[in-house]
Design a protein around this ligand. Sequence first.
Ligand code: AMP
Length: 398
Amino acid sequence: MKILVMNCGSSSLKYQLIDMENESVLAKGLCERIGIDGSLLTHTPAGGEKYKVEAAMPSHKEAIELVMQALVDPSHGVIKSTDEISAIGHRVVHGGTYYNESVLVNEDVKKAIADCFDLAPLHNPANLMGIEACEAAMPGKPNVAVFDTAFGMSMPEKAYLYALPYEYYEKYKVRRYGFHGTSHNFVAGEVIRKGGLDPKSAKVVVCHLGNGASVSASIGGKCVDTSMGLTPLEGLIMGTRSGDIDPAIIQFICEHEKLTVEEMTDVLNKKSGVLGLSNGISSDFRDIDDAANGGNHLAKVALEAYTLRVAKYIGAYVAAMNGVDAIAFTAGVGENDKFMRKNICAYLGYLGVKIDDERNNVRGEERLISTDDSKVQVYLLPTNEELAIARDTLKLTK
Ligand code: AMP
């Protein structure tokens, strides 16, 4: 079975065609500038050269048609006909309180995704557009929605309710949802398997440290707490997002800087995080690392603050679970930055965490990085959200 995985943004579309016989990627690609002048498709067949197509893509529908053409093209395609695609799996950012797992798309599912537009205004409309475009381009093929929020739906009330008037939850479903759920679920599952841990009771902390970043705590693969909240703004310090702050800062800055709440929210999402802390050096950790190594004080502080925040969340989650069997690092920073992993773990000596520097000297490769006598197993575990989406799609359409 071959499964097409789609990740649609408002003006972009990422895809992978995966052969589920051996879970290998046959081709992957990206459509950029959908709905804007200069639309571009970059298609890469496995082991082949990148192939670029510049063609008008007024909407996701035309983009998906171009993807179909690229996949069956005699020179750079990887299948003879789109009949070979059994199903399409879609990343959908928000499933609200409707879905705690992936689901086969029907009219009710599409309505639920639309109901969550106000919870994820940048993502859900694009995700729904992608689903409808696939339905139009490949009529009759099953589509599966895989929600970023589904993993967080197993949290207990004590973890997902905010200490706000309860009516806001009742009226507007204001609660902690958590994001990156597909990644947390995948990595926690892999850690349990690799570590030979009890699949019913293993206590695992996953640190998804990318440009967006979040931590999750799970017991037996079920999420019991996670750091992102109603939106992906809460929790860790990120590339450009503030993570946790005193909520009263919003009014204070709005009054002093004469900003509207929308403008302030934009500051918290796009101008804060390590970008803000470093006084504008960069949101990219490689640049921050370089600046810190060159002696820049604020870059150094940004890295220290980032490290401290992650360590504090791990400590909180170990307390929440009354223990931890394994900790995993994943995503851009987690997979590539050995100093970040080491510095975070340096806070965790009290848990009996010991990192083996030689094992930790690795990038983007699955590996146990703790010593054999560490009381907690620590892993570098590359995330693979596309494969997780394809696996769920296969399960629901077999
Ligand atoms: P992601 O969102 O998972 O794609 O991660 C993107 C982040 O990973 C960016 O902030 C990058 O700076 C960071 N990153 C990628 N490679 C490295 C590296 N070698 N060292 C530190 N950070 C890295």
